[in-house]
Design a protein around this ligand. Structure first.
Ligand SMILES: NC(=O)c1ccc[n+]([C@@H]2O[C@H](COP(=O)([O-])OP(=O)(O)OC[C@H]3O[C@@H](n4cnc5c(N)ncnc54)[C@H](OP(=O)(O)O)[C@@H]3O)[C@@H](O)[C@H]2O)c1
Length: 481
């Protein structure tokens, strides 16, 4: 473990992300003995409260959220937590923050910006101008997603922050990359000859990446109505998953090796933007979205996207990658389905062969499923398909760490492998900006869908036109949706 005599300062310390994700993750790390004693956490907010009140709020949240809550552990953990009241938009407030930080006597500093991206450059500049970065040890900066609103804003943010911190000290969070099964993609692919040898267009028919959310926008309508599914989900989570699945084997599985290969995938990704024909890009909006709080009553923001893309490389030529994501759907689920080509050789069985599938389940359950063909018992010629299933999250003695636990530990250890590099962010924004530019008026092509459904019918028609269907886990034995 790296030196953790560190001061970890969170801007946005009274926000949902800090209360419900970061603090619980820190608590679990502490509980597991993975935080060293000399670490201090400062949470920053505008609200008028003190450290005691903040610790009490945190205790209540943890007691509700964490089944293994322990009061004695909490007392030891919360001694690390300090609340600091400050308006981070006021330059004159930073000197006082620096004095407060100096009183904690830590040589290393990590700044976590759990704020809207428009504040990233300003806060970074103030940290520099007010000498909060003039320290003995390292200064790292963590930036929450979304990293910008579009290519231009992302470039502006990046120009400022990379000047101030340097790329090696910047951690751009995409918390999906910290999820257990996302981290497992490389292992499943590269440590099994049965997959690594056939991870290509000769054997794979298509790849489907689905991230469904059951909830609507809840109280985040103000943010979401300006973002939409394309910016909020596709630009980061879905493209990151696609890049991991499609990348060439990296020279090494370290930070630089993986990033280098993921960037190449994103730079060679083509997304068709033919909205009218409904053949490769579908935008949807759940019924009732326009009545949500802080949403424009005439909003044309998409709450659902389905798209077909291709990676232009010898490995993937002609293999479609189907992506879909949305809110207000029939369940919260994330999975990757790799559909193999049907083996054309003859078998002693007469029945039609069903394609092999490799499914990586990301959430809510975590696991790997493999579907193969076998002979039906007691029959001479009937074929049936069976699922070989490994469900990691079904093990009652094992609980996967939350993505933030893993990512916080990586930040403390200075490991940037599971964070997005600037070139990846830039390439992803270039793709999304291109789509946005080509589809300026979504109103004519925005298909509505009932809340609790599996999205607009057009998303099914799109893939059906290619002679395929979205694979559904619940009824794999019954084949398809
Ligand atoms: N919530 C999630 O699960 C989640 C997941 C992924 C990414 N994110 C991203 O993370 C960021 C934060 O999300 P959130 O849900 O935590 O937002 P939030 O609940 O709206 O919290 C915003 C935080 O920013 C603080 N803040 C705003 N302006 C300030 C100022 N001028 N001076 C000092 N503090 C100020 C607020 O402090 P006061 O309330 O004390 O004023 C509050 O702590 C957003 O960009 C979001 O997109 C969130």
């Amino acid at each position: 473990m790296e030196n953790q005599n560190v001061l970890f300062t969170i801007f946005g310390g009274t926000g949902d992300l800090t209360y419900y994700k970061l603090i619980p993750a820190f608590y679990q790390l502490f509980l597991g003995g993975r935080l060293l004693n000399d670490m201090t956490i400062i949470v920053l907010g505008r609200k008028d409260k003190d450290t005691t009140t903040y610790r009490d709020e945190v205790r209540e949240i943890l007691m509700k959220k964490i089944s293994n809550f322990n009061e004695n552990i909490f007392v030891a953990f919360s001694a690390k937590l300090h609340y600091y009241k400050m308006n981070f938009e006021k330059p004159e407030a930073y000197e006082g923050l620096n004095t407060f930080m100096e009183s904690k006597n830590c040589p290393n500093r990590i700044f976590y910006l759990a704020t809207a991206p428009k504040f990233f450059p300003f806060i970074s500049e103030q940290l520099k101008d007010n000498k909060l970065l003039d320290i003995e040890g390292y200064a790292r900066a963590v930036f929450e997603k979304p990293f910008g609103y579009d290519l231009e804003s992302a470039e502006e943010i990046n120009a400022t922050i990379s000047d101030i911190f340097g790329e090696d000290h910047i951690f751009r969070i995409d918390h999906y990359l910290g999820k257990e099964m996302i981290q497992n993609i490389n292992t499943v692919r590269f440590s099994n000859q049965i997959f690594s040898a056939i991870w290509n267009k000769e054997s794979i028919d298509n790849i489907q990446i689905t991230v469904k959310e059951k909830d609507g926008v809840k109280d985040r309508g103000g943010y979401y109505d300006h973002a939409g599914a394309l910016r909020d989900m596709v630009q980061n989570h879905l493209l990151q998953i696609l890049a991991l699945v499609a990348m060439e084997p990296p020279k090494s599985l370290n930070n630089h090796g993986i990033r280098e290969e993921k960037v190449k995938v994103l730079q060679n990704l083509s997304i068709e933007t033919e909205l009218e024909s409904h053949t490769n890009l579908i935008f949807g909006q759940y019924e009732g979205y326009r009545d949500e709080v802080k949403v424009d009553p005439n909003s044309n923001t998409e709450t659902f996207v389905a798209m077909k893309c291709f990676v232009k490389s010898p490995r993937w030529e002609g293999v479609p990658f189907y992506l879909r994501t949305g809110k207000g759907l029939d369940g919260g689920e994330a999975k990757i389905v790799i559909e193999f080509k049907v083996d054309g050789s003859s078998t002693p069985l007469n029945a039609e062969k069903i394609p092999n599938l490799l499914i990586i389940k990301i959430q809510p359950d975590e696991g790997v499923y493999l579907r193969i063909n076998t002979k039906e018992p007691r029959s001479e010629s009937n074929l049936m398909s069976v699922n070989l299933s490994y469900c990691q999250s079904c093990d009652i003695f094992y609980k996967s760490p939350d993505a933030y636990e893993r990512l916080l530990l990586d930040i403390l250890n200075g490991d940037t492998a599971m964070f997005t590099g600037w070139e990846e962010v830039k390439s992803a924004w270039e793709l999304i900006s291109e789509v946005v530019k080509k589809c300026p008026d979504k109103s004519k092509y925005l298909d509505t869908y009932p809340i609790g459904s599996d999205g607009p019918a057009s998303a099914h028609r799109m893939i059906k036109m290619d002679g395929r269907h979205w694979w559904r886990l619940d009824d794999l034995n019954n084949d398809s949706e």
